[in-house]
Every structure is written in C-alpha cells, then in structure tokens.
Design a protein around this ligand. Sequence first.
Ligand code: 6PG
Length: 247
Amino acid sequence: MKNRKVFQDLSQLSRFAAEQFITIGKRSIKSNGRFNVALAGGTTPKNLYQLLASEDFKIRIDWEKVFFFFGDERDVSPMSDRSNFRMVNENMLKTLKIPQSNIIRWRTEIIDAAGVAVAYEKTLRTYFELEEGQFPRFDLFLLGMGADGHTASLFPQSGALAESKRIAVSIFVEKLDANRLTLTFPVINNSSNVLFLVAGESKAEALMEVLEGDSNPDKYPSQKVKPTQGKIIWAFDKDAGSLLKKK
Ligand code: 6PG
C-alpha cells in the first residue's frame, strides 16, 4: 500500500527516515525559508537522529534553517535520562551544534506539568503567529508507536484523546504513574507530513489493530492520526509488520 513502507530492520528503516527528513526539509526551506519539525521520543528514532548527525547526512541540509520541536515530553528535568530532549540532544543536536534558538523544547524545569504545557502552547502560538482557534502546521511530524497503540503521549482511554482546542496538554498516565506532556491530535493532524517509525515484534499486534483492525481509537490512539491536509507514511520493519495482511 502506498503509505506503508516495510524494511528489513531498524537500520534500513532509519536510513529511509533520514532521507525523508532531508527531502521534506529541503523542500520546506525552499518554499518557506525554514523547516519546522516535531520530533518523536522513545528509543526507535535514536538511530535516525544518529544518522542525521553522521558524515553521510550532516552536510545535506542547512541546519540553521531547521527548527526542532518535540511532539511530547516526560515531566522530568532536561538532564534526566528519561528526557526526550536529552535523548535527541545527545544523539543529534549537540553533534550538529544546533543553536539554542533553533531548539524549542518543553520547559520542564517549570515546576508543575500543567504550567509546562501552558508555556509550550504559548511558545508555539507566538512562533507560528497563530490566531485563536488555529493550530501549528509542522512540515514534518515524526511519531513512534507504543505496543499499546499510543503515539506521542496520547495513551489509550486518556482524556487527551478528545482534546480539540488545546495545542499542548499535560496528563497523568495511570500505567506509568507519571505525568506526560504532549501535543494534541489537532496539531498532529494539521501537519504537512507525518512519518511513523515502528520497529520490533512487540509492536506487531498493535500495528495490525491500528492499520487493519476495527476502528477503536480509544483503545488504539494511533488510529486518530489522519492528517487533514497532509501526507502520512507508516514506516516499519518486517517484525513490526509481521501480522499485517496488506503490506
Ligand atoms: C515517548 C515517545 C513515545 C514513543 C513510543 C514508542 O515519549 O516515549 O514519544 O510515544 O514514540 O512510546 O517508543 P519506543 O520507540 O521506545 O518503542
């Protein structure tokens, strides 16, 4: 199927994602003078970030015109080993010497999670020069998917799944016994390009349910990712795609 790409392994998946990043980025810079990308956290995209900072890719785009945002974040210090910002910084931003002004992260040093979300929403409204009721439009929104079908920090049965007005929210996630910070589906679905990166056997069941199962977005929140005026590509390795009927 045209919006599905299967790869032998994580390394090939990551190389494809890196090529997509460069292609979409250069096109965005050419037409708008900059590339606004929302990054995924977790472990799957680590390899992608390392690739983008490698000799093969680092010379292929004008990094000064790339602006990095985070689709979601844990409610921890940016120095914490659980921080998505720290993971991205250590695997890519530091190596590429990205200027601080090009990194727009959740300011989790603000004490309460709700305050972090309000601050991030304000930052995005200002950056994208939004009118009331408008949402940011990312050139590329990178997403991962959990074995439970969550994406960003939009987890099954969460109240955040129905959020239709806010850009950024904080939610307490029972199963993690922790607060999470996440951009909402109206933002994700306003993107020009959404690229899901899914790897590993543990994701096979959820991926089959999300892509080929009955509609049940409260149980499988990744089903709600349907860009209204944008492209979506599901890139996965053969293990994650092992239960799909249609490749
Ligand atoms: C996070 C991510 C989250 C992640 C999925 C998959 O903060 O952890 O944003 O949505 O993409 O949980 O995580 P893995 O790539 O580690 O399997």
